[in-house]
Design a protein around this ligand. Structure first.
Ligand SMILES: Nc1nc2c(ncn2[C@@H]2O[C@H](COP(=O)(O)OP(=O)(O)OP(=O)(O)O)[C@@H](O)[C@H]2O)c(=O)[nH]1
Ligand SMILES: [Mg+2]
Length: 238
């Protein structure tokens, strides 16, 4: 029987997430050359090597710090719904600006593929990208594609296949912060760890708490209460 793997598409607005989503699923999500088109999550499926991949087109965001509803939607999906793969879609012509969001995702979760899109446009502008070096520096696979021209897809599919089958293991590069912050993280992290799910990064939660992210705290509390309720329901069925 075919497995169903969930793949979330994350990235800055206008990096071609919906164009990629449409190319892979055959659906027709709204695309266009302005930011903020995708407001809700769209879902579609694709097949590869007998496996089913459920793709989730997340709203484009510049960060995942819960400054807006879109950021919360994208963050909650990546952190709490735990997709099998988070595909970070970057614009090859603005790699430096796009990297901010990629690094945030790498702090939140492990199974990440970085997709450098608009590689056709980058080539036109004389920009060349060394994906091997990026892979080494980021600790996760980096694949160059053009979603519009449908190039680079075979390697992307192969990378997805090898990631879900455990043939590739990601070791996301972690950002080291200033000593003062690192000291605070090392104090908070052990206090946070027993309170959260094993697969939630205690370092990331500690960082968000240091930043005063109330919305994340509320989200975690709500989800913990829900889980407790479910466990109680299972123990004492009515
Ligand atoms: N040249 C080129 N243009 C692309 C490519 N992929 C997407 N585009 C264009 O980039 C623009 C934005 O694409 P979308 O797919 O709507 O971007 P998005 O990331 O879904 O944007 P939001 O929903 O706002 O976050 C569109 O005009 C696409 O045609 C590509 O590989 N090459
Ligand atoms: Mg979109």
């Amino acid at each position: 029987m075919s497995n169903v793997y969930r793949v979330a598409l994350a990235g800055n607005p206008n990096t071609g997430k919906s164009t990629l989503f449409n190319a892979l699923t055959g659906l027709k999500q709204h695309t266009g050359n302005w930011a903020g088109k995708t407001v809700d999550m769209a879902e579609g499926t694709m097949q590869h090597k007998g496996e089913t991949y459920k793709l989730i087109d997340l709203p484009g965001t510049y960060s995942l710090f819960s400054n807006s509803k879109d950021e919360e939607v994208a963050r909650n999906y990546i952190v709490f719904e735990k997709p099998d793969i988070t595909l970070v879609v970057l614009d090859a012509t603005s790699l430096e600006r796009n990297m901010n969001l990629a690094l945030q995702v790498l702090e939140m979760t492990t199974n990440v593929i970085v997709c450098v899109n608009l590689i056709d446009e980058a080539a036109k502008r004389g920009i060349s990208i060394n994906e091997q070096q990026l892979t080494r520096r980021l600790g996760v696979p980096v694949v160059k594609i053009s979603a519009r021209n449908k190039t680079g897809f075979p390697l992307l599919f192969d990378t997805m296949d090898r990631l879900v089958k455990g043939i590739i293991q990601c070791q996301p590069a972690l950002i080291s912060y200033h000593t003062v912050i690192e000291e605070k993280i090392s104090k908070i992290e052990p206090l946070v760890r027993p309170l959260i799910d094993d697969d939630l990064s205690a370092r990331w939660v500690a960082l968000r708490l240091l930043d005063g992210d109330e919305s994340l705290l509320d989200e975690i509390k709500g989800r913990m209460a829900q889980k407790e309720e479910q466990t109680r329901g299972l123990k004492y069925p009515v």
